[in-house]
Design a protein around this ligand. Structure first.
Ligand SMILES: C[S@@+](CC[C@H](N)C(=O)[O-])C[C@H]1O[C@@H](n2cnc3c(N)ncnc32)[C@H](O)[C@@H]1O
Length: 264
């Protein structure tokens, strides 16, 4: 008996991306978040360039390829999706074949290995991956160094992370005094809810043991700055459109923001 598209979708389940395929087939119609990620994308899509004609896009942690397809729809000439999980890549290949985006390529690659691509991209999509990583700042550093173009005005990164804790911002001190001024009591700024904080999730979050970290808003933004990105748009609470900026480490060049030798 011939395998139908519905059978193939079933074989590749469970799906995290609900994607509408020909014949009215949805890959995850009962998704716990609803029509995900379509409803989320609709809320921030306006912040992205409408026309990506001739541009290159790297979709890191591409899952079933929802964002890869959307970037191809905007005219990107090269779209590469990478993911550490072969099962999701099989979903992505099915999706692009069925939707007629055969030009989109997929490869099994860990974010920590982006340097192996030997290629930089004008737009990097890094959505929903950071908090799954044991080494999130390393991943941002590697993306900044190896994956986002620094030609011309510099490449863009569309970034999303789960966040927990305060949504407030505060001016972090230029230096961090060891004691409260004029006393020998420990400084209080670390206890401010708005101070950049990364919550470490030792055990499962929402039943999922692959969630390791949950930054608050200030921490997400501080990490982006520390890795060499500037935020150009913040279209949703947890979504940032960033552009490459000078890496704030001293001896790395004339654009250095921090003193030479700091933070290496
Ligand atoms: C929560 S999903 C996000 C999918 C998609 N980017 C989105 O925003 O809807 C996380 C994805 O990242 C992938 N992933 C997790 N760790 C990874 C790693 N170290 N390198 C590459 N991909 C990874 C997972 O396999 C999964 O497809």
């Amino acid at each position: 008996m011939a395998t139908t598209l519905r059978d193939r979708v079933e074989e590749l389940s469970p799906w995290f991306h609900n994607i509408e395929l020909p014949g009215g087939i949805s890959t995850a119609p009962d998704h716990f978040l609803g029509d995900y990620p379509r409803f989320k994308y609709d809320r921030f899509a306006g912040a992205l360039p409408d026309d990506l004609t001739g541009r290159s896009v790297l979709d890191i942690g591409c899952n079933a390829g929802f964002y890869s397809v959307e970037m191809a729809r905007r005219g990107a000439s090269r779209v590469l999706g990478i993911d550490a999980d072969e099962r999701y890549l099989a979903q992505a290949r099915l999706v692009t074949r069925e939707l007629g985006f055969e030009g989109v390529e997929f490869a099994k690659l860990d974010v920590y290995d982006v340097g192996a691509l030997g290629e930089k991209f004008e737009l990097v999509v890094f959505m929903g991956v950071l908090y799954h990583l044991r080494h999130p700042l390393l991943a941002l550093d590697l993306i900044r160094e190896h994956a986002v173009s620094d030609e011309g005005a510099g490449g863009l990164m569309l970034f999303q992370t789960m966040q927990q804790g305060s949504k407030a911002e505060m001016d972090v001190p230029e230096d961090h005094p060891f004691f409260e001024p004029g006393s020998v009591t420990p400084p209080r700024y670390f206890d401010e809810p708005a101070y950049p904080k990364m919550h470490f999730i030792e055990r499962r979050f929402s039943g999922d043991w692959t969630n390791w970290w949950a930054p608050n808003r200030a921490c997400s933004e501080a990490m982006l700055r520390a890795a060499g990105f500037t935020v150009e748009a913040h279209p949703q609470n947890d979504v940032y459109l960033c552009r490459v900026a000078p890496v704030p480490y001293g001896e790395w060049g004339p654009g250095a923001v921090y003193p030479a030798g700091a933070k290496r």
